[in-house]
Design a protein around this ligand. Structure first.
Ligand SMILES: [Zn+2]
Length: 306
């Protein structure tokens, strides 16, 4: 009997020891905000400044359409005081988690801040909308303003600071939007065709008057077929397009097939670079911020198509 008691006691000490060794996710008195994509986390961080700890679950090169929460993510989400995500079914595999979690804490989608008229409708019968809202900078600014309003209502103690930070960030975003327009206008109209791995750039095209074609459709879940490739090859040849693009969060093999298809018909098209689509660049680099990623994309697109 004594041996069993000792064993159970030992087991308790072991489990307690393991938990005690684990580093806490955040300081006890600190507001802890968990976000899905880097773009969402960056915006939230800009608004809260030093008043909260903000973490992003999805890092560099991660595809949010296919992303499934890991055990570590679930720990963070359960520990969080607030959760922010992009929404409009971008994080398709996490929908159930958000639904469940919203019963116990604020779970806010940036997309909730936009009305249907703002969005690109993909399938009107089933009310499906394009989730890539961050590529129209003015539209993203609207979603950021909504997130800022929610933060100010939940954490009222820091409301003034949040509103001040939000105003400053929105000014930066509106400046970025104006600069994008000026730079992209320098591409000759006949060359304003942006071909990428998947349809992430619909809002970008609408905002900056560039025709956009993706090989893989709106979600990377869809497979591309041979028909899509031959259609794109003909379009590139007819329009004498010089460059097409790969994306940081999608496999480049489909776009490489288009380049080969053009070459076999005697038209030279190059890969104009890797665009940041559904994920930002590496942390602690310029491209690891929302503004930096947009600027990097615009510079690559203008450089290759002009
Ligand atoms: Zn996407």
């Amino acid at each position: 009997m004594l041996k069993i008691t000792q064993f159970i006691l030992g087991l308790f000490v072991c489990i307690w020891g393991l938990n005690a060794c684990k580093a806490p996710l955040h300081q006890k008195d600190e507001l802890y905000i968990v976000c899905t994509t880097g773009m969402v986390a960056d915006a939230v961080q800009q608004i809260v400044g030093k008043h909260a700890k903000v973490v992003a679950l999805m890092g560099e090169g991660v595809d949010p359409h296919l992303y499934k929460a890991t055990t570590g993510d679930l720990e963070k989400l359960y520990e969080a005081d607030m959760v922010f995500y992009s929404g409009i079914h971008l994080e398709g595999k996490m929908t159930q988690i958000f639904k469940k979690m919203s019963r116990t804490k604020p779970v806010i989608a940036f997309g909730e801040g936009l009305i249907h008229e703002d969005l690109i409708c993909i399938d009107s019968a089933n009310h499906v909308y394009d989730p890539h809202i961050w590529f129209d900078v003015a539209l993203w600014a609207k979603a950021v303003a909504y997130a800022g309003k929610q933060l100010s209502q939940i954490d009222t103690v820091h409301r003034n600071s949040y509103q001040q930070n939000l105003g400053k960030y929105l000014n930066e975003l509106h400046l970025l939007d104006s600069l994008n327009k000026v730079q992209l206008q320098t591409i000759p109209p006949s060359q304003r065709l942006l071909i990428t791995s998947h349809d992430a750039f619909g809002y970008f095209g609408r905002a900056y008057q560039i025709e956009v074609k993706g090989l893989q459709g709106i979600s990377t879940v869809a497979e591309f077929g041979l028909r899509d490739i031959s259609e794109l090859v003909n379009l590139i040849i007819n329009r004498k397009i010089k460059a097409i693009f790969v994306e940081s969060s999608v496999s480049p093999k489909a776009i490489e097939a288009v380049v080969k298809g053009c070459q076999s018909k005697g038209h030279q098209v190059v890969i104009g670079g890797e665009l940041y689509a559904d994920a930002m660049g590496a942390a602690n680099t310029t491209e690891g911020t929302y503004i930096g990623m947009v600027q990097a994309n615009v510079a690559k697109i203008v450089g290759a198509l002009r």
